[in-house]
Write a protein that binds this ligand. Structure first.
Ligand SMILES: [Zn+2]
Length: 248
């Protein structure tokens, strides 16, 4: 589904557009002209990644032009399909320095898959396939996808090793915030080992300093204009020493 000349949504489940597996996050495809990048390929149950590839083709794009797979954080609804995507597309995989070893080993406990299965979020027999990571991304690193320039920001809080990207060079300026901030200034705190409220506030303050038009979250509504107001709203709550409204 083409949102803008730069951004396609090619997957998403029941907290998205319902166009791939029910548990998938928003799966974004960014078009840099000469090259495409896929972001967070979803949970990857059964044939769900086939559906994502079909969605890409239905948008008139050839999956063979995808050269990079960017992983924002290691939660399974975002990276369960990463190993399959890496194999089938032969892409270079990018993740934060902190998330990379966990993604390479498929460490269930580190990604909170053990507690998420116990809570009934994922099928009890789901196993996270380990995925190679080629490039470890740190704060301030830049990468290019065709004409697009991506700058990485370390934004922990929702979980350790979470990255957000400021993306310029396309039809507008984007903040790919993943699970940092959602529409209406909501955030996503969970009782998992690496969810940290103090780090969360600092991450929100950090991206509040950036200029951007569109906010691309990992779930729910996408704002193509005025995206910054959602970040500002969350930051206002944190500045009052409070907690922004939570998604769950
Ligand atoms: Zn998450």
């Amino acid at each position: 589904m083409k949102l803008t000349p730069t951004v396609h949504v090619v997957g998403g489940g029941r907290f998205g557009f319902g166009i791939s597996g029910a548990l998938d996050c928003h799966v974004y495809l960014l078009n840099g002209g000469s090259e495409l990048a896929l972001v967070d390929p979803g949970l990857g149950l059964a044939h769900d990644f086939d559906t994502i590839l079909e969605n890409i083709r239905a948008d008139g794009l050839d999956p063979k032009r995808i050269r990079k797979l960017i992983l924002t954080h290691y939660h399974c609804d975002h990276i369960g399909a990463a190993a399959e995507a890496q194999k089938r597309l032969d892409v270079e995989v990018f993740a934060s320095t902190l998330a990379a070893p966990v993604i390479r080993s498929g460490d269930e406990r580190a990604v909170s898959l053990d507690v998420a299965k116990a809570a009934g979020f994922y099928p009890p027999d789901f196993v996270l396939p380990p995925c190679p990571v080629d490039v470890e991304v740190r704060e301030g690193d830049t990468l290019t996808v065709g004409e697009l320039r991506w700058t990485a920001y370390e934004t922990p809080g929702h979980c350790d090793g979470h990255l957000s990207f400021h993306i310029s060079g396309g039809d507008r300026v984007y903040l790919l915030g993943a699970d940092l901030v959602f529409w209406g200034g909501r955030i996503l705190l969970q009782t998992i080992h690496d969810c940290r409220i103090d780090a969360y506030s600092q991450s929100v303050f950090k991206v509040e300093k950036l200029d951007f038009d569109a906010l691309l979250p990992g779930h729910l509504q996408i704002s193509l204009g005025g995206g910054k107001e959602h970040v500002t709203k969350a930051a206002e709550s944190f500045r009052q020493l409070g907690v922004p409204p939570n998604l769950m």
